[in-house]
Design a protein around this ligand. Structure first.
Ligand SMILES: CC(C)(COP(=O)(O)OP(=O)(O)OC[C@H]1O[C@@H](n2cnc3c(N)ncnc32)[C@H](O)[C@@H]1OP(=O)(O)O)[C@@H](O)C(=O)NCCC(=O)NCCS
Length: 382
């Protein structure tokens, strides 16, 4: 007789650890990094400050932030070997290349694994800093352009845009890029962070963990949702078609990407913040982006009416990201790669916290196959 077990599919509702890094309040639609409201951080802070906050658990003072910035800038450059590797795969999927490059970064570290927290924060800084450089290089090569070296006079997010676009972004674009980085920096134990923790719970090094995180981020149910959402908007084409498209998609039981969340059963606060930027970019956007903005606002209205209150399916961070990324000059194929570049700090912070009290992840599965079958030699099998 088999024992009775309860299976929580997708670990829905299962707590895996205690953490002081991030609180996602799915009922109230609130998000906190280390106790600070996401709205305050997006408006008043910078990505660098948020990285310090997530890694060290407190906001930096002026000197601490200056030192931290110096360290980040000191790690921006990537090796010639890494550039060769990226060049070798310039036609491949961008997140696949980034993930491969993440593995390769560890080859430049004589001791990729460390049990020492300070050393792991140094490794995290290296990862946080080099990832956007790699992402920008991938983006450049994809367009047949030369790789651009980092510019130390620029902040983290604006330097990323500079390395990608080839010119220094104005204040408004730098701020928006920074906000995108902040909003994507961390989100508790989602699929990619969990994958990172699973890898590192074996005491694999932090690079291996971040590589696992990038692997889990790739799918359209997670980091690929913003790309899927903008492709849907492209398919809709004319804003007038939005309602019919959504109606037909839902009738055909197709998901609308950029809506719904395992934890948020109300409006994702990050989506709320991003929505305010749609208005700000409208006047300076071309026809295509303005069409996407119109489509996204019409789709948002309809989805909330149909599935919001009744089913708890609301816009998430990925729904409004697309038009904003395009406005910044980030092409669709690079969306999840930018997401990954921002999320490195979240993954690393969780690994460092989890290792304070590490426990190997090893869940169970209920075996429902046969047992004690007789082994038939291959010659006798039909
Ligand atoms: C994120 C997501 C995987 C979380 O969902 P989950 O907790 O695993 O729940 P499920 O996928 O099982 O969905 C539960 C129900 O809601 C429906 N649903 C969920 N998201 C939906 C969406 N975006 N559009 C339409 N229906 C949706 C499902 O079809 C399912 O309906 P059913 O019970 O009639 O079969 C899901 O909402 C989704 O796939 N969203 C689209 C992808 C996305 O935007 N991902 C980014 C998240 S930040």
């Amino acid at each position: 007789m088999t024992e009775q077990v309860e299976i929580k599919e997708g670990l829905d509702g299962v707590y895996i650890t205690r953490s002081t890094i991030c609180k996602v309040d799915g009922q109230q639609g609130k998000l906190y990094y280390r106790g600070y409201k996401i709205e305050d951080l997006a408006e008043k802070s910078s990505y660098e400050e948020v990285c310090f906050l997530l890694l060290y658990g407190k906001l930096p003072n002026k000197t601490e932030l200056e030192d931290f910035n110096k360290k980040l800038k000191g790690e921006r450059k990537i090796s010639e070997n890494l550039k060769m590797l990226i060049k070798g795969f310039s036609t491949a999927n961008t997140l696949d290349v980034l993930r491969t490059a993440m593995s390769a970064i560890s080859y430049d570290d004589n001791q990729p694994y460390s049990a020492d927290e300070t050393e792991n924060i140094e490794k995290a800084i290296r990862i946080i800093s080099k990832t956007p450089t790699i992402a920008a290089a991938i983006g450049r090569l994809k367009q047949g352009k030369e790789i651009i070296e980092p510019d130390d006079s620029l902040g983290h997010a604006e330097n990323f845009l500079y390395m990608l676009i080839g010119s220094k972004p104005d204040k408004e674009k730098s701020k928006l890029m920074d906000v995108m980085f902040i909003l994507h920096a961390e989100h508790s134990s989602n699929a990619s962070t969990f994958a990172t923790l699973v890898a590192c719970s074996t005491l694999a090094d932090i690079y291996a963990g971040v590589t696992a995180g990038m692997a889990a981020l790739k799918g359209p149910l997670h980091g690929g949702a913003d790309e899927a959402a903008i492709r849907m908007m492209r398919e809709i084409g004319n804003p007038e078609n939005t309602e019919t498209y959504i109606e037909e998609a839902l009738a055909g039981k197709r998901k609308i990407m950029g809506f719904g969340h395992r934890v948020y059963k109300t409006y994702d606060p990050r989506a709320r913040i991003l929505k305010t930027y749609l208005d700000k970019i409208k006047a300076n956007s071309g026809e295509e982006i303005n069409n996407f903005i119109s489509i996204s606002l019409r789709a948002e209205k309809m989805m909330i009416e149909k599935l919001g209150k009744s089913h708890g399916i609301w816009p998430n961070v990925d729904f409004f990201s697309g038009p904003l990324y395009l406005y910044l000059g980030i092409r669709i194929e690079l969306f999840d790669t930018v997401f990954a570049s921002a999320r490195t700090v979240g993954w690393c912070s969780h690994v460092i916290e989890y290792w304070k009290n590490n426990k190997l992840f090893r869940p169970l599965e209920e075996y429902i196959g046969e047992l004690d079958l007789g082994y038939t030699p291959i010659e006798e099998r039909t």
